[in-house]
Design a protein around this ligand. Structure first.
Ligand code: GLU
Length: 305
C-alpha cells in the first residue's frame, strides 16, 4: 500500500491557538497511525501578516505538544518562482486571465452571497477582454490579478469525515484568484501546487476549508497531480459560537502553557475529538495505537477549558 504522507500546514499570522492545535493533532495522528510521514509547511504567503517570529513560535508550540515532522519545513514565502511556473502551466492551457477589477468594482457587482461561506462568484467582467482593452487598462496604470477560468463542471469528493460533497465550479465558485494584483500568490494555487510537489496524499484540516476542495481537485487535474484523501475536521467554537480564532488570545498555547502541561492540552483536545471518554492527560504518541477515523467526531465543538 502507498505510504501515507500527511502535512501540518499552519498559517503563522499569530500565536498558535487551541483550534490550530486540534487540527494539527488530528493531521499528525492520521499520518503517524498509518505508519506514514508528516511534513511541515509554513503557509506564510501573506508576508506582511506572517513575520518569521510567528513561524518559529508555531514550530516551538508543535514540538511542545509532542508533534514532530520529517524533513525541513517548507516556507511558502520562498516559493514565488515555483508558483509562477505553476500559473504558467495553467496559462498554457488557456485557464488563466488577467483581471483588472478594483475591490470597489467587485463589490458593485456582487449581490448574491455565496453558499458554504465561499467568496462571492466573480461576475466575469474581465473574462473576455480583447488585447486592446487590456492594453488600455494597463495604460491607466492598473495592475491585474490573475484568475483561473472555472470550468462548467461539478466536482465531487467523499470526505473521510464529512462524507460526500460537491460543487458546480462555474456556478458556485466562479473564476477564482491565483495571484493578487499586489503579486501575492493565492492560497488555492499554493496549497495544491505544494501538496503535489511534496507528495502529500492525505489532507487533514478544518471543516471550513471543505468548500475549497472542489476547486482544488480541479487545479490538481489541470496540473496533472493526483487527488489526496481529505479529512475535514470539526472546528472548535468560542463561547459566542463563532470559530475559535487568534482573537481569543487567552486560548493561545503560549498563554495556556503557563498553567498547563502539554499532556493536559493534548488530553483535552483528544477528548473533544472523541478519542477518549474523559479529558485525562495523554501524549500524542500514546494515542496512536487506538486512533481510528471512525472515532473522530464530525460536528463542531464548543471549546471551554
Ligand atoms: N493554512 C491553513 C490553515 O492554517 C490550512 C490550509 C490547508 O490545510 O489546506 O488553516
Amino acid at each position: 500500500m502507498e505510504t501515507v504522507v500527511g502535512r501540518l500546514a499552519p498559517s503563522p499570522s499569530g500565536e498558535m491557538h487551541l483550534g490550530n492545535a486540534f487540527s494539527a493533532l488530528l493531521a499528525w495522528l492520521g499520518a503517524r497511525s498509518a505508519g506514514g510521514r508528516v511534513l511541515l509547511r509554513l503557509e506564510d504567503l501573506d508576508r506582511p501578516r506572517c513575520p518569521a517570529k510567528y513561524a518559529y513560535g508555531v514550530m516551538e508550540d508543535l514540538a511542545w505538544l509532542g508533534l514532530d515532522w520529517d524533513n525541513d519545513p517548507v516556507w511558502q514565502s520562498q516559493r514565488d518562482d515555483f508558483y509562477a511556473q505553476q500559473i504558467q502551466a495553467l496559462a498554457d492551457q488557456g485557464l488563466v486571465y488577467p483581471c483588472y477589477c478594483s475591490r470597489k468594482e467587485l463589490h458593485a457587482v456582487t449581490e448574491a452571497s455565496a453558499p458554504h461561506g465561499r467568496a462571492p462568484v466573480y461576475a466575469g467582467r474581465c473574462r473576455d477582454l480583447t488585447a486592446a482593452q487590456r492594453e488600455a487598462l494597463e495604460a491607466q496604470g492598473r495592475r491585474p490579478a490573475l484568475r483561473a477560468r472555472a470550468p462548467e463542471r461539478v466536482y465531487r469528493l467523499t470526505d473521510g469525515l464529512q462524507g460526500p460533497f460537491a460543487a458546480d465550479l462555474a456556478r458556485e465558485v466562479g473564476d477564482f484568484i491565483l495571484r493578487r494584483s499586489d503579486g501575492l500568490y493565492a492560497y488555492q494555487l499554493a496549497v495544491v501546487a505544494d501538496d503535489g510537489a511534496m507528495g502529500v496524499n492525505q489532507v487533514v484540516r478544518g471543516r471550513d476549508l471543505l468548500a475549497s476542495a472542489p476547486q482544488q481537485l480541479w487545479l490538481q487535474d489541470a496540473l496533472g497531480l493526483p487527488h489526496p484523501a481529505y479529512y475535514h475536521v470539526p472546528l472548535l467554537l468560542a463561547p459566542d459560537g463563532r470559530r475559535l480564532s487568534k482573537r481569543e488570545g487567552d486560548l493561545s498555547l503560549r498563554a495556556l502553557g503557563r498553567d498547563h502541561r502539554p499532556e493536559e492540552i493534548v488530553g483535552r483536545l483528544a477528548f473533544w475529538a472523541g478519542l477518549q471518554p474523559e479529558p485525562r492527560p495523554v501524549t500524542p504518541q500514546a494515542l496512536l495505537p487506538r486512533f481510528s477515523w471512525d472515532q473522530v467526531r464530525r460536528e463542531d465543538i464548543p471549546a471551554a477549558l
